[in-house]
Write a protein that binds this ligand. Structure first.
Ligand SMILES: C[S@@+](CC[C@H](N)C(=O)[O-])C[C@H]1O[C@@H](n2cnc3c(N)ncnc32)[C@H](O)[C@@H]1O
Length: 304
């Protein structure tokens, strides 16, 4: 399935791509958002760890040329290094998670709907696979991974079921082990393996750690007045972004009990309005279902 960019209009109005402005797309994917930034005249600096994203970016580079677009096959935890080379940003987009083509390619191992190797690496050229984790972690380690990464309701039972079913080679082996270990899903409920797959994908790609690292680099990346937009697809990820923004955002004066006009030097971003997709967008693009967009604008120098 082609990847349809999520909440495109809201992201455009948040990041305001225009001639003379540089927008970082830290999760290029298939370039859906990037193309719209370019159409509005911005220069785009794109990153992705996936070689398939790089191949797509090479085509785009041939179309628009290096003055308008560049691509780094890099993890967004290294945004600071990229920004040191490419300059600071007027806008920064993080569209977290995986793209539709990644889900749809059985050999990437992200989907329990089709059989594929238990891989789940966004960069399939390096690192630990999901098979390494499910076959080698101890039962308590697996239980913790499932509890923390996907908020599985019964992580102990699922961890036990996985250990019993070892060795697991394919996505269907894992989905079957999870189904055997859990109660049958109610009609219309999510597949019982949804959270297990999410937890493993997050662990394989160190998603919590890389997001924290990218957020901590924001003061080095964004110009004063620059804006960040982050699209998340599950509650654990959204909580990290929400707390980061709240932790750095100007507090409302009444909450602080401060006189109006008194600035707090620790607070150096302004939180932007939160957006979720409309029913109409979800009906056209069901993968937008769980999306949530948060944004922040940089106000001043970060104070230590
Ligand atoms: C949801 S897709 C982005 C889709 C894109 N906005 C579009 O419209 O085509 C997320 C992309 O981010 C990439 N990605 C995920 N984590 C990453 C990380 N830590 N560093 C760099 N790229 C990452 C994935 O490989 C995937 O291609």
């Amino acid at each position: 399935m082609e990847h349809v960019p999520v909440l495109l209009e809201a992201i455009l109005s948040m990041l305001q791509p225009a001639p003379g402005r540089t927008v970082y797309d830290a999760t290029f994917g298939r370039g859906g958002h990037t193309r719209a930034f370019l159409q509005r005249g911005a220069r785009v600096v794109a990153l992705d760890v996936d070689p398939a994203a790089e191949a797509e970016a090479q085509k785009l580079l041939a179309e628009v040329g290096p003055d308008r677009f560049c691509f780094h096959r890099a993890n967004f935890s290294d945004l600071e290094k990229v920004a040191a080379k490419e300059g600071q940003a007027d806008g920064l987009l993080l569209d977290l998670g995986i793209s539709s083509p990644q889900v749809d390619q059985a050999e990437r191992g992200f989907s329990f709907q089709q059989s594929g190797p238990l891989d789940m690496r966004m960069d399939p050229t390096s690192g630990t696979t999901a098979a390494d984790l499910v076959n080698n972690l101890s039962e308590p380690e697996l239980r913790n991974l499932l509890r923390e990464g996907g908020e599985d309701r019964d992580p102990g039972r699922i961890a036990r079921g996985i250990v019993r079913a070892r060795p697991l080679a394919t996505t269907l082996d894992l989905a079957t082990a999870v189904c055997r270990a859990t109660r049958p899903a109610r009609p219309g409920a999510k597949h019982p393996a949804t959270r297990t797959f999410l937890a493993l994908r997050r662990a394989v790609n160190r998603e919590g750690e890389t997001l924290e690292k990218a957020l901590s680099a924001v003061p080095k990346i964004l110009k004063v007045g620059g804006r960040m937009a982050v699209l998340t697809y599950h509650s654990a990820e959204d909580r990290v972004v929400k707390h980061w923004i709240r932790g750095h955002a100007e507090e409302e004066k009444r909450e602080m009990g401060m006189a109006f006009g008194q600035a707090n030097p620790e607070r150096w971003v302004k939180a932007l309005e939160e957006v979720v997709p409309s029913e109409e967008e979800i009906s056209i693009n069901p993968r937008a279902r769980s999306a949530r967009l948060r944004g922040a604008e940089r106000l001043q120098e970060e104070k230590k």
